[in-house]
Ligand binder design. Structure first.
Ligand code: ADP
Ligand code: ZN
Ligand code: ZN
Length: 732
């Protein structure tokens, strides 16, 4: 008797075996393909499971296996390559397979609902059909003709077959042979039109030729191009080539970078179906975009992190824009890196992938050095304005107004009078990061975290930026009843207030996650600013990514010191990336740009490096340091974290885990800790971590398996939760 082996969305890292649904014969089971959905009993509920394999036997006595309730799909909704990718990702990140499938499927399908037919009937080849030799079906010329048409064009509307005198009966017999499948498509297939692009400059031309001239199959390219060098133009050309081959292009962008501006650029160039996938979509829209990609109805798929798992009917190209961006790494649950999964996906599909950035991650640079990735460089800006001029503004002993020195205020004034725009960067939202009592020294701290509360004066509230807790802004000190409460430190609200009184006649725009909450506010803002009138833009990191403000000629970092003293091993890399990206907003049109960095440490080596060397040079120095320290990408890193209401228990758990695992670690693998996380208490839980370093990926994987197996065998009492993070972004 055959057994169904399933992945079930559950925190358990194992598969689950079931018997056939009652009334389904063994012969029918054997024909089932991996990837189909089934409804099965699980605990006291019924859940959607995903078929991994049909097996001859089970580790569990057949008599104690339950019957599946229902087979939900006749054929898998995802192709074998995507299934392969999911299983690879679950193994590599040591995450339960069922939860990985949960990431892949839209809500409707996760809930076990049927596909939603709508629109126009279209046909395409099944995997079986795709593998058919040309000479198959000699006895039914009509069927052979239908297959041959589908080999030339992956998705064909029903009406087009009728025009070619291929009847519904012909298609149905092919469907019975499982060679073709039909589905409903939301929009009519449009002939794709490509509008005229810019004339490439010689660097762009060379980069494009190098990528498109690479031999067919998998290849990975790092496009390292300074801000404004015309990387997007290269993306557009590559997408054009891909569409001409009748294939789909998948473009990943950082969460914050999916601006209407980026999308508008794609829409202007291509009259094609573009599916957009990001976290702000409704379930229905997400499902529709997913189906459009899966069926080949969408030619171009643009999306954030999780879009890397979108099924594609005929993938031809993957692009990861701003590949260094931290938002590609999921920081909770299934902790995958969308960039790394994208590279694996391109490998599985045997297609090219392009990683683009002005400030590539050290990981990607290392892959170039090792010869795994090809390297294309754009060293010049595409538009006439050259690279901005960067200067340090020493603010020691200077009077500061809401963080702004006299020198900076004068520079802003000058730009405004020339009719130009200024962008001020301050990576701290709210009014001030600390509320303090002047009489007794009391400081407002979060009840649930080891953190201070931020003052949000506009809303009259104190907020924790770590757990989201919020309370009324007090008028009196809770400790001594004094009314002399002071705001200490600086946030965007405060600087905005000052700018409004100091530059009364000019418009001021504040851009942070508080002011940009409603949908479309960023778009409205970008439209306003790009009218080009003189103004001041003040914002957090939100301002620095992917936005084009051609009228900005001065960029200032209000508090460069806040970036200088990070304890994380990636701190310097992140600082160089952030400063380079912020600076890159200056002078993007024909006005030359200048950048001012306000600091109390004008001689800090990291700042001096910003002035005298390019990001590319700084990155090579940092890479050398990582090689000496054995940290990623030179060595491998894994973190096992606990999160527990009881501080001691979390540490004990990791200590026991360490003792049990140490004898089984591969050579070169080392454990460090347990150590409390730098911010130990968060949202009422105490966090502790065990670090694993290893010289190679293989050793890190073996060691991670040892840790996971031992952690699963340990009792997790007292509400303890543990998680493993492969290739972590931060070690806290
Ligand atoms: P990146 O993505 O590298 O930051 P973009 O592709 O956004 O750069 O290009 C920056 C600016 O330069 C845009 O305004 C774009 O229209 C312009 N640009 C790009 N390529 C060319 C070119 N070959 N000729 C003229 N202008 C160009
Ligand atoms: Zn007090
Ligand atoms: Zn908190």
């Amino acid at each position: 008797m055959s057994v169904l082996r399933l992945a079930i969305p559950s925190p358990l890292r194992r598969h689950f075996d079931y018997l056939a649904p009652i009334g389904v014969s063994n012969a029918e089971l054997v024909g089932l393909q991996p990837g189909i959905r089934l409804r099965v009993p699980f605990g006291r509920r019924e859940v959607t499971g995903y078929l991994l394999a049909v097996c001859e036997d089970s580790d569990i006595p057949l008599s104690s296996l339950k019957h599946a309730v229902e087979i939900l799909d006749e054929a898998p909704l995802i192709d074998p390559q995507l299934l392969h990718l999911c299983r690879w990702a679950a193994d590599y990140y040591h995450h339960p397979h069922g939860e990985v499938f949960g990431t892949l499927f839209p809500k409707r399908l996760r809930e076990g609902k049927p596909q939603q037919p709508h629109g126009i009937l279209v046909w395409q080849l099944t995997t079986l059909g795709k593998g058919l030799p040309e000479t198959a079906l000699p006895r039914s010329p009509r069927q052979a003709q239908a297959i041959s048409l589908l080999m030339q064009k992956p998705v064909i509307e029903n009406t087009e077959f009728r025009d070619n005198s291929i009847s519904a009966t012909v298609l149905r017999s092919l469907q019975d042979k499982k060679l073709v499948e039909s589905h409903m498509m939301s929009e009519r297939l449009q002939p794709i039109r490509v509008n005229e692009g810019l004339t490439l400059n010689s660097e762009q031309y060379a980069a494009l030729n190098a990528v498109s001239g690479t031999k067919q199959g998998f290849s990975c390219h790092l496009l390292e191009g300074v801000t404004g060098s015309g990387k997007t133009e290269i993306y557009l050309r590559l997408i054009e080539n891909c569409l001409q081959q009748g294939r789909q292009a998948l473009i990943l962008v950082p969460e914050i970078g999916l601006t209407p501006q980026t999308l508008a650029r794609f829409q202007q160039r291509f009259e094609a179906n573009i599916a957009v996938l990001h976290s702000g979509l409704s379930d229905a829209n997400r499902y529709q975009a997913w189906e459009a990609a899966r069926t080949g109805n969408a030619h171009i798929i643009v999306g954030t992190r999780s879009a890397v798992f979108t099924p594609l009917a005929s993938p031809g190209l993957i692009i990861v824009d701003e590949e260094h961006d931290g938002s590609y790494k999921q920081q909770d649950g299934f902790r995958y890196s969308a960039r790394d999964v994208a590279v694996k996906r391109a490998q599985i599909h045997s297609i090219p992938i392009l990683l683009g950035s002005a400030t590539p991650s050290l990981e990607s640079i290392q892959n170039v050095v090792a010869g795994r990735y090809q390297h294309q460089q754009l060293t010049q800006r595409a538009s006439s304005g050259g690279m901005p001029d960067i200067k340090v503004l020493d603010v020691r002993r200077q009077e500061l107004h809401a963080g702004l020195s006299k020198g900076l205020l004068e520079a802003i004034q000058e730009k405004l009078q020339l009719g130009q725009q200024t962008l001020l960067f301050l990576n701290r939202r709210g009014y001030a990061p600390t509320l303090q009592c002047h009489d007794c020294g009391w400081i407002a701290e979060c009840r649930a975290c080891d953190a201070r509360l931020t003052i949000h004066r506009r809303r009259g509230r104190l907020r924790c930026h770590h757990c989201g807790d919020s309370s009324m802004l007090p008028r009196q000190c809770p400790q001594c009843n004094s009314e002399r409460l002071m705001a200490a430190g600086l946030g965007t609200e405060q600087t905005e207030d000052f700018l409004r009184t100091h530059f009364k006649q000019w418009p001021i725009y504040r851009v942070d996650s508080d002011s940009m909450q409603s949908k479309g506010s960023m778009q409205a803002l970008a439209e306003d600013i790009n009218k080009g009138e003189p103004c001041i833009l003040l914002g957090t990191q939100m301002l620095t990514k992917g936005h084009h403000f051609p009228g900005v000629s001065l960029v200032a970092v209000i508090d460069a010191d806040a970036l200088l003293f990070s304890t994380d091993f990636r701190g310097e890399e992140r600082m160089a990336q952030l400063l380079t990206q912020v600076a890159g907003r200056a002078g993007r049109a024909d006005i030359p740009g200048s950048v001012l960095l306000q600091t109390h440490y004008p001689d800090h080596p990291a700042l001096l490096a910003m002035l005298s060397t390019s990001y590319a040079e700084q990155a090579r120095v940092l890479l050398k340091q990582r090689q000496e320290s054995g940290m990623p990408p030179a060595g491998q890193l894994v973190v096992l974290r606990t999160d527990c209401p009881n501080a001691e228990y979390g540490e004990q758990f990791l200590q026991t885990l360490r003792e049990r695992s140490t004898p089984f670690l591969p050579s070169g693998a080392k454990l460090i800790g347990p150590l409390p996380s730098p911010m130990q208490r968060r949202a009422g839980k105490y966090r502790c971590q065990l670090l694993l370093t290893a010289p190679t990926r293989g050793a890190a994987q073996t060691a991670a398996s040892v840790l996971v197996a031992n952690a699963e065998a340990l009792p997790a009492k007292q509400g303890l939760k543990w998680s493993i993070d492969i290739d972590p972004q931060n070690v806290f």
